[in-house]
Design a protein around this ligand. Structure first.
Ligand code: NAD
Length: 415
């Protein structure tokens, strides 16, 4: 049994229902109250604070990930995203997801190396010492079972001359790891300069987290998707993305509609994940889709996604922001790896939702109602007037800002 009918409930009822089903204390939801943070808290987060920018958090229903029912909090301004993910999650029994590694890469750029071959072998001979001095920087990470694990090197020919690039591989466990890795990269730089006789310039994390890949796979029921023709057209849409970067870009944007909403809700860094995802999508030299699809012997659709997941359940603002804390509790994840599995599953569902909508009905139809509501509010309608305007816009099939304004004026004129 999955939580169903959330869309018919009031926000308070939804909180109650989810708390009951997931056996969490209903007070967890207080972290998502509009006034969960005061201006002093916010002032401590970034510079020159003047207020807060509020976004809705919705719960995507129907997700069963690795056998566990998982209500998925999504922070997004985009209508239809939560509903679409929930609808597609109901078309499969389970998402099988994995995120076996949590290794991030710190890069040190070394310039003016007099003897490249000598420098490369000198680093190779001193790997253990470099790894130990990196680990001296973060004993907490080491005691959590993580820390620097290896060193990789390569030389790059660039218009500024040859550069020696050192990759410091760090197991970040449950942290995203940017601060941890940056500190380690800075700490080992003097040693690398001594070993190479060069000059270290940039010392920073790479967001291309190729050693932190989450995969998810699911079999989606053909009939629940809309039948054989819809499934065939989903394959046509997918092959379009494989063959064309213009389409692949929007295909992957659809994936990130889901992924970024969960990344944001859990207090993680959306830019880090977005940068990694798009770089990974072009790793082969051709920008392509992060998902793949095939039709199995029974005619069902099997979808799969691989995506880098530089995210954490500790560090950054994950434990500081009350909304992030609440969302992590609602998700019920206990590690960064489990969070990665959720992100991959949501990305796959969101992508398939978009492909299905595009193939079966065109994206606008699904979007129309919430879009019409936004237009009604923009036109100046009150909460009481908006539903009447939405109804008229949809009935007329002409959903535009000018029409919303005309209807509002005529409503007010007729009073
Ligand atoms: P952090 O430094 O706040 O916390 C991580 C630390 O928590 C670890 O270094 C470790 O000492 C400790 N820790 C305790 N328990 C742990 C466990 N179980 N597993 C792992 N570590 C544990 O945060 P961070 O993760 O190093 O950095 C994340 C932040 O850095 C994000 O807010 C991100 O926006 C920001 N950032 C990103 C970039 C980038 O993406 N390029 C660059 C700089 C900063």
């Amino acid at each position: 049994m999955r939580i169903s009918g959330l869309y018919r409930m009031t926000p308070d009822k939804r909180r109650e229902e989810i708390a009951k089903r997931m056996q969490i204390d209903p007070s967890v939801f207080k972290g998502l109250d509009m006034r969960s943070m005061d201006i002093e808290d916010l002032d401590g987060m970034i510079e020159n604070v003047v207020g807060a920018f509020v976004l809705p958090v919705g719960i995507a229903a129907n997700f069963v990930i690795n056998g566990r029912e998982t209500p998925v909090p999504m922070a997004t301004e985009e209508p239809s995203v939560v509903a679409a993910a929930s609808r597609i999650a109901a078309c499969t029994e389970d998402f099988t997801a994995r995120c076996p590694e949590s290794i991030m890469i710190g890069q040190v750029q070394i310039l003016d190396v007099p003897d490249m071959e000598g420098a490369l072998s000198s680093i190779d001979r001193n790997k253990d010492g470099i790894v130990s001095s990196a680990n001296a920087v973060d004993p907490v990470l080491v005691s959590s079972g993580g820390g620097a694990v290896d060193i990789e090197t390569r030389s790059l020919d660039t218009p500024s001359g040859a550069m020696l690039i050192v990759h410091l591989l760090v197991d970040c466990r449950d942290a995203m790891g940017a601060n941890a890795v940056n500190s380690m990269a800075e700490a080992v730089s003097p040693m690398l300069e001594d070993l190479t006789l060069g000059r270290a310039l940039l010392r920073i994390l790479s967001n291309l987290a190729v050693r932190r890949i989450a995969t998810a796979e699911a079999r989606f029921d053909r009939e629940r998707l809309g039948g054989t023709e819809v499934v065939d057209d989903i394959m046509n849409a997918y092959h379009f993305a494989c063959a064309d970067p213009f389409r692949a870009s929007t295909h992957n944007k659809g994936i990130m509609n889901g992924v970024s909403a969960v990344v944001r809700a859990t207090g993680n860094d959306t830019r880090a994940v977005e940068a990694g995802a798009h770089a990974y999508a072009s790793l082969s030299g051709n920008y392509g889709p992060l998902t793949s699809y095939r039709i199995d012997e029974s005619g069902d659709l099997v979808g799969r996604i691989s995506i880098p997941v530089p995210v954490g359940t500790v560090g950054g603002i994950t434990k500081v922001h009350p909304g992030a804390r609440a969302c992590l509790r609602i998700l019920g994840v206990n590690s960064a790896s489990e969070l990665g599995c959720v992100l991959a599953s949501v990305g796959l569902a969101q992508n398939l939702a978009a492909l299905r909508a595009l193939s079966a009905e065109g994206i606008q139809r699904g979007h129309m109602k919430l879009h019409a509501r936004n237009l009604a509010i923009q036109s100046g309608a009150s909460v009481d007037e908006a539903p009447l305007i939405v109804q008229r816009l949809i009935a007329e099939g002409k959903v535009s800002a000018s029409r919303a304004r005309d209807i509002l004026l005529s409503l007010r004129g007729s009073k």
